[in-house]
Design a protein around this ligand. Structure first.
Ligand SMILES: [Zn+2]
Length: 101
């Protein structure tokens, strides 16, 4: 997958369109990512022995990778990801400014 945990992405679709968020979890098997504060589902939870607390809990639901764009750390623009071979290793590069991601 092109997007990894810790990346900053721009949301392109859905109710959080236009938001920038950090990837908290990548799910390569399903081509999905979980983003901090995006696609929030409110879960009404009963107090349990584990949490000791009930009430409404924010849960971040996964979104499909095609509905987000990686934001380049160098030029701060949402970009498509290119690849380049550096010293025999494949690195991700920004298609806009050419910086390694
Ligand atoms: Zn860039």
């Amino acid at each position: 997958m092109k997007i990894h945990k810790g990346d900053t992405v721009l949301v392109l679709q859905g109710k959080d369109k236009g938001k920038k968020a950090e990837v908290v979890r990548a799910i390569p098997d399903r081509d999905r990512v979980v983003l901090e504060g995006v696609n929030v589902a409110k879960r009404h939870a009963k107090p349990t022995r584990a949490t000791m607390q009930g009430g409404v809990i924010d849960k971040f639901m996964p979104v499909h990778v095609s509905s987000v764009a990686l934001v380049c750390k160098s030029c701060d623009q949402p970009t498509r990801v290119g690849h380049r071979i550096v010293d025999g290793e494949k690195v991700r590069v920004c298609r806009k400014c050419g910086a390694e991601l």
